[in-house]
Design a protein around this ligand. Structure first.
Ligand SMILES: NC(=O)C1=CN([C@@H]2O[C@H](COP(=O)(O)OP(=O)(O)OC[C@H]3O[C@@H](n4cnc5c(N)ncnc54)[C@H](O)[C@@H]3O)[C@@H](O)[C@H]2O)C=CC1
Ligand SMILES: O=C(O)/C=C/C=C(\O)C(=O)O
Length: 480
């Protein structure tokens, strides 16, 4: 059994209440370890450790903070294989994805913010004619909370804790209880890299108890959260009256808009990826595909043919394109949407069924599924499914597709396929999304603002936006 412990004040501890949660391997449906079901007392201990570490860490030079973060990055790279195997086992994603995407990006997050903090500058404003100069300090907040989801476990966990620590804060962090393993393994690397004890504290447990205790803690002054929109709304209700800073990265129902003048083969390959990467469990996946009528039938034939070639298999097989979904409950949720699609008179063009993998019959496998819908105004097009399921439908005009793309409660990302520059400019301006990709998908530059509008969240992560979130601006005005 692979048992996990809390990482508090630089050491590994059992939960005070000695209560545990089973940890499942999605590839075979078996329990393979236990994780702490931490209580408010554990969160308080983590908070106290963070509070004690803060005076020194907040005064640690930027060079030293940078050195430690880059060292963590190097250690992650040195342990790539072990971390990728752990991530794949915990989450069900193909090991190839964990090895080429998740763990390298986690390492990049530390390297990026290790470098970024040395370039982070504050502003000054000369009050001309008033004999005064203003300068703005960017001070760390103190103890901050970071709560992350299960779809990109270490990738998103480190996307929060790296900027928080770089900016001089101390952190109480909680990974998803569904995928806690790599966050647990990270603690050891932090010690090896020389991160002072108490700067990062990792408390495991359920959202409604452990997560809730972080959000409710009166002295944890900022919360950075990624996860479902309903949970984000709940966190906002708890945290807002306490005047906490909030960064909420929530769900998406992203349009993938394909015009007839696009580079067809590039579009086709990328659309398969943007639909089904990570079993479709990425908030940025293009789950609503709109295709210009002139190429709709051709696209439908070619897309379905390519999707049928995707191999659903055990995550450890090099040939696997689609691994297991993250949990039994999530598999059931996604299957429920396939049922809803049929009730709504959608046509299942391919997929729609569970897959049994020999030797792993209790794993959570589902065929990649393409549903042809008649209207954007159906549940399959309006609600986040977050699995290997996409819808397709044709459109006639730019105005029509823009209306449909925006006619959804979410506003995270949008992808546009066209070679028409003026159309690109018009549509990029009008699409209601925090991120627009044109002729590409999920091309990431960590300096760029990342986040959504509408029900997709509040605030931006990435680059200096993240460092601004994790600092308080204080203006000093000096009259001379
Ligand atoms: N980034 C995204 O867009 C993500 C979206 N989702 C969506 O959310 C749906 C539900 O997935 P869940 O695993 O239930 O996500 P969730 O939003 O409940 O979980 C995300 C994190 O929040 C924590 N959490 C839950 N309740 C909390 C609370 N009251 N206070 C503080 N922390 C809390 C969880 O323990 C986990 O660490 C998915 O089916 C999917 O549609 C899920 C994961 C990521
Ligand atoms: O920062 C990125 O590159 C990706 C972020 C993805 C999510 O926030 C998500 O899928 O939840």
């Amino acid at each position: 059994m692979a048992n996990i412990k809390n990482y508090i004040n630089g050491s590994f501890q059992n939960p005070i209440n000695n209560e545990w949660i089973d940890n499942y391997n999605p590839s075979n449906g078996e329990v393979y370890g236990q994780i702490p079901s931490s209580s408010q007392e554990d969160v308080e201990q983590a908070y106290q450790a963070a509070k004690s570490a803060f005076p020194k860490w907040s005064q640690t030079t930027l060079d030293e903070r940078s050195r430690i973060l880059i060292k963590i990055s190097e250690l992650l790279e040195a342990h790539l294989q072990a971390f990728a195997e752990a991530e794949s086992k915990d989450n069900g994603k193909p090991i190839s994805v964990a090895k080429s995407v998740d763990i390298p990006r986690a390492a990049s997050n530390f390297r990026f913010f290790g470098n970024a903090i040395t370039q982070f500058a504050s502003e000054s404003h000369e009050s001309i004619g008033q004999n005064a100069i203003n300068y703005t300090l960017r001070q760390p907040i103190g103890v901050v909370g970071c709560i992350s989801p299960w779809n990109l476990p270490l990738y998103l966990f480190t996307w929060k804790i790296a900027p928080a620590i770089a900016a001089g804060n101390c952190v109480v962090a909680k990974p998803s209880e569904i995928t806690p393993m790599t966050a647990f393994l990270l603690g050891d690397l932090c010690n090896k890299a020389g991160l002072p004890k108490g700067v990062l504290n990792i408390v495991h447990g359920l959202g409604g108890t452990t997560g809730q205790a972080i959000v409710e803690h009166p002295n944890i002054k900022a919360i950075s959260f990624t996860g479902g929109t309903a949970t984000g709304a709940h966190i906002a209700r708890v945290a807002a009256p306490m005047f906490k800073k909030l960064s909420l990265e929530l769900g998406g129902k992203n349009p993938n808009i394909i015009f007839a003048d696009c580079d067809y083969e590039d579009m086709l390959d990328t659309t398969v990826r943007s639909s089904f990467a990570n079993q479709g469990q990425i908030c940025l996946c293009g789950s609503r595909i709109f295709v210009e009528a002139a190429i709709y039938e051709q696209f439908k034939t070619d897309f379905v043919a390519k999707v049928k070639q995707l191999r659903v298999g055990h995550p450890s097989e090099a040939t696997t394109d689609i691994g297991a979904l993250v949990s039994k409950a999530h598999l059931e949720k996604v299957k429920q949407y396939i049922k809803i699609a049929k009730e709504e008179h959608g046509s299942i063009l391919c997929g729609g069924n569970e897959v049994t993998i020999e030797g792993f019959e209790s794993g959570y496998y589902l065929e990649p599924t393409v549903i042809e819908v008649q209207t954007n105004d159906c549940r399959v097009n309006q609600e986040e499914i977050f699995g290997p399921v996409v819808s397709i439908m044709p459109f006639e005009t730019e105005a029509d597709v823009l209306t449909m793309a925006n006619d959804v409660k979410y506003g995270l990302s949008a992808t546009l396929w066209t070679n028409d520059l003026k159309r690109t400019m018009r549509m990029s301006n009008q699409l209601q999304a925090g991120i627009v990709w044109v002729n590409t998908w999920m091309m990431r530059d960590l300096r760029t603002p990342f986040g959504g509008i509408k029900a997709s969240g509040v605030g931006r992560e990435g680059g200096f936006e993240a460092l601004r979130f994790f600092t308080e601006a204080k203006n000093v005005c000096i009259k001379y």
